[in-house]
Ligand binder design. Structure first.
Ligand SMILES: [Zn+2]
Length: 232
């Protein structure tokens, strides 16, 4: 929000209704949101020191870097739940606002939000990744390409699956939209954007789909929150 908008509509904490801070989140809640510091640069998994993790060394994903705003715990988890399951779409602006200053944009030319399957979209009414991508785009000027890929499979929830089952679950989940080929023809680097990343299986599958058609495309993963895959 610009200064005039903030004067007109003073920020109110999304979770506690507290006023008087510069963003829509109380300072004590903001403090509880932990940003990945020492992590694997490829998949953002927590590490004792910042270095490529064993899993990325053995099985490098199709994206070369992950930028995660927060770890998927406490307040970050509450905010993402409010966005996804309570239809509080304005939370996407807050999350983007808390994220963009730490985002290294570098040579990223376009943002591709992870698409939802049509049935899930119908059920939820919106795609949270697209909502987040639109906000990040507004704040960074990087265009969003929302229609270059679509989801073929209504994959079951990944939450209860282990890493191997997750990979199997998302196999063949995405397809390139033939009519959008021109949109990516001249692009050298894209960021795939999702709300939460756990093992990265979904993002990897999407990156693989893009790489098949555009082998020279550089791909990053941008996620609001990284859930540690040790939890599964
Ligand atoms: Zn890794």
């Amino acid at each position: 929000m610009n200064r005039f908008e903030k004067w007109l509509f003073p920020p109110v904490c999304t979770l506690t209704d507290q006023k008087g801070q510069s963003v829509d989140l109380a300072p004590e809640l903001l403090q509880k949101m932990t940003r990945p510091a020492q992590c694997c640069p490829v998949c953002a998994e927590k590490m004792p020191v910042a270095q490529v993790c064993g899993s990325c060394l053995v099985n490098p994903p199709a994206f070369y870097r992950t930028q995660a705003a927060f770890y998927y715990e406490s307040v970050a988890q509450d905010l993402i739940h409010a966005l996804k399951f309570q239809q509080q779409l304005y939370v996407s602006r807050l999350l983007a606002e808390l994220w963009v200053d730490n985002l290294e944009i570098d040579t990223v030319e376009a943002i591709i939000p992870v698409p939802l399957h049509a049935s899930r979209l119908l059920e939820r009414g919106f795609n949270q990744s697209l909502e987040l991508a639109k906000q990040v785009s507004k704040m960074t000027g990087i265009p969003v390409l929302p229609t270059v890929v679509h989801r073929l499979k209504a994959t079951s929830s990944q939450a209860m699956l282990n890493a191997q089952a997750r990979q199997q679950n998302v196999k063949g989940a995405f397809s390139l939209n033939q009519r959008s080929f021109d949109e990516l023809a001249k692009v050298k680097e894209v960021a795939l954007l999702d709300d939460v990343m756990t093992t990265g299986a979904t993002l990897n599958q999407l990156a693989l789909t893009l790489k098949r058609a555009y082998p020279h495309l550089k791909i990053q993963a941008w996620v609001v929150a990284k859930a540690t895959s040790k939890m599964i």
